[in-house]
Design a protein around this ligand. Sequence first.
Ligand code: SAM
Length: 415
Amino acid sequence: MKEPKPKSTLVVGDKLELETLRLARGGKAVGRTSDGQVVFVVGAAPGEAVRAIVTAVSSRFIEAKMTEVVTPSVTRVSAPCPVVDECGGCPWQHVAYDEQVRQKDAILRDTMKRGRAFDDGEMTKFADFVASELHFHYRSRVTLQARPRGGTYDLGYHKRESHTFVPISDCLIADKTLVPFAREHVAKQVSKNLKVRDRFQVAVNDAGVLSIGGAFTQVNRAQNAILQKLVSDHVVAHAMEKRQILHWHLLDLYSGNGNLMFPVIEALRRARPQGVVEATGVEMAEASVAEASKNPRAQQCSFNIESVDSWLARQKAGAVSLLTKKGLPLDEILILDPPRDGVGQTVMPLLARRKPSLIVYVSCDPATLARDLVRFREATEKQKTKYEVVEARGLDMFPQTDHIEAFVVLRRKNI
Ligand SMILES: C[S@@+](CC[C@H](N)C(=O)[O-])C[C@H]1O[C@@H](n2cnc3c(N)ncnc32)[C@H](O)[C@@H]1O
């Protein structure tokens, strides 16, 4: 029988000294007290001795805020942002970039293993984490807060996990044009006596055009181009293997503005010019679907403004026919790119029934990715189908933060 863990004797406000081991999801460093209790420390780097003050105690762990570095980690650097602690949006700015990438890779692998999404064999399918060339000023879209002050407005962010307004003069991870553009926008609104929203989004597109508002777009354009290429390469490699197939249905769930769908279609058409590619996108945000439908590359693509859960439930039960209406062999390729919450509970079982031949699951939260892959495996067991992992890989879309982007490619066996 497992020994019950000793109840913490520490209380909020207590001081402690400890060594941190690694970084964790949530942006904090992890260490243990001398009697083995897990402590998450805000502001510490991995592998350093720190003094900290306890901020919360639960039955499973303690939370603390670093007050002093006793022996700094070799990976500690000085954080360049003047409001890094007040804002909390970049909790890893004090850690050297290479180390941030190493820690993200470790968290991703650990989450897949502990979450039982991958067995030991599947863990060997991890490819190298793709670091971002830009470490700062990479974000092409930010959501700012505006608060009235002295006839104009201060711009800022909400402090992480709170509603406290933190004024900023610049943001070191935003594209350099965004904050000045937001300031200009506010000045114009004020001069015309128009309302300034207390929260608004500013974005810059690939052509350098700035805008206020708008729907979801991937924030790191250079890393997004790499993601598009990696996903397309996997789809093409799969299509090149099965020479007898000449008709593909690309199902893009959580398709946004077609960011992944269009490059994949193009790559597939280039690689197998004699084939036919049809695509279906499913996306809840009307503005994103409007943008996708306007795209000149949208021929033979249909878009549905609907939740993935309800769209899938409306489709006919069972596997997608493996033949086209003309009796030719058909292959369904699935791209999934849900928000951080992952997919709804009914989605993986419904996908298992469709039996796509290739699945590329792009995720921005390893925990929900692991949970969904387990649900998928359980559902495929019921369908008596098996999928193998072709590749898993992390990609840094969000330097200086603890956010992790990753994708997993699964291929149906014996098809
Ligand atoms: C991570 S984004 C990916 C978008 C797109 N694949 C891309 O690369 O830009 C997730 C998208 O899912 C959409 N979304 C969120 N929940 C949804 C749901 N239940 N059904 C359909 N779309 C949803 C959001 O509007 C957002 O566009």
